[in-house]
Write a protein that binds this ligand. Structure first.
Ligand SMILES: [Zn+2]
Length: 369
């Protein structure tokens, strides 16, 4: 598995173990009503998202957790430094009725945002997170309103600034929800859109290609693609060891049989036409058809290699990453070729390091002056 994926597997297990430990403990000590806090609901959804590798769930909670984390940390720090709370809401951290270890569990307010932003680098940000998080928050607010007014859970009876109610329940809840969207979700959504690659919508891609039975939304397929990427990644490392640009590729059958593998040899052979994909393609030899073949490459294919993929009608392209170079993957998709971007952290790091150390060779390779 690629490094990014190996680290992700560890993160998934941490998320699972965390939610299975923290949730019962919190419910037991603070009571079930306390779990209706938006930030507690967020932990559960985020951990499920990490466990199931669901970019949409992770993205939706990334709209809430980072800002809440900052506000929570500021309030705690303010109390430590000045003895007073800046905004309030973290008084329980000093409530000695509860064991210190239990209160310290609340440090998830710092850990969760870090974990979510890291995961977005691998899974990509799903723009549907904004409507989803708005619906989740709306539902939690409505439910909270049925709890006691003294709890003022999620400010459903009194707003956090003026501490007043804004008319009957529907009006007040609408104002609180609008405030959440305007202050938290919408600005964060815009930032995440800019900062992270967009999550591939697997379902949409399969529909676009219109090839029944070639849909790639099962976990098994994902694991197979990751295993195939390993072959390309090994080639990339061989290229690097030879003093070349670390980009590797391999051609597989749909059943997973390796037909040919190769890597960029521009530097090694002084051949500007020897890209990872062309190298793997040539080494695979003649094939009767390419429709049922999978080209796996550590980096999104350039125009030259995309032309090759289009020319021979290779059905599926699995790319390790499209962060260092976007290539022509949109064009491939427009032409009905299934493109799966694995957002591998290992592929990103390997090439990014090389580009930083050899900017001139890299520019030459992608045809920039
Ligand atoms: Zn190329």
């Amino acid at each position: 598995m690629p490094g990014g994926t190996r680290a992700f597997t560890v993160a998934r297990w941490i998320a699972l173990i965390w939610v299975l430990t923290w949730f019962p403990l919190y419910t037991w000590f603070w009571g079930w009503k306390n779990m209706m806090h938006l930030c507690d609901v967020s932990v559960v959804i985020a951990c499920l998202g990490l466990w199931f590798r669901q970019s949409l769930l992770v993205s939706s909670q990334a709209l809430l957790a980072p800002l809440v984390g900052v506000v929570w940390s500021l309030d705690v720090l303010w109390r430590i430094v000045t003895g007073h709370h800046l905004i309030g809401g973290t008084e329980y951290m000093w409530d000695t009725h509860y064991a210190l270890w239990l209160r310290l569990l609340s440090c998830f307010h710092i850990g969760l945002p870090v974990a979510l932003l890291w995961a977005l680098q691998i899974l990509g940000y799903d723009r549907r997170a904004l409507p989803l998080q708005t619906v989740i928050t709306g539902a939690v607010l409505i439910f909270s309103r049925f709890l006691s007014p003294e709890l003022n859970m999620n400010f459903v009876f009194q707003d956090p600034l003026l501490h007043r109610g804004w008319g009957p329940a529907p009006e007040h809840l609408t104002i609180i929800l609008a405030g959440c969207v305007a202050v938290f979700f919408w600005p964060t959504h815009l930032m995440l859109l800019r900062a992270f690659p967009s999550a591939p919508s697997r379902h949409k891609e399969s529909v676009q290609t219109g090839k029944k039975g070639m849909a790639t939304d099962s976990v098994r397929d994902e694991e197979e693609h990751e295993a195939m990427l390993q072959t390309a990644l090994r080639e990339a490392r061989v290229g690097l060891a030879e003093g070349g640009i670390p980009i590797g590729a391999a051609l597989f059958t749909r059943e997973g049989k390796l037909l040919g593998k190769g890597h960029n040899r521009r530097v090694q052979q002084g051949d500007p036409s020897a890209h990872g994909e062309t190298d793997a393609f040539r080494r695979a030899g003649r094939q009767r058809t390419y429709r049922d073949k999978i080209m796996v490459t550590t980096l999104a294919p350039c125009w030259y290699c995309s032309g090759l993929i289009r020319q021979f009608g290779i059905g599926t392209v699995v790319v390790g990453e499209s962060v260092n170079f976007q290539g022509a993957i949109d064009w491939l998709r427009e032409n009905g070729i299934e493109v799966i971007d694995l957002h591998s952290g290992e592929c990103i790091d390997l090439l990014a390091k090389y580009v930083k150390e050899h900017p001139e060779v890299w520019k030459e390779d992608i045809g920039e002056e």
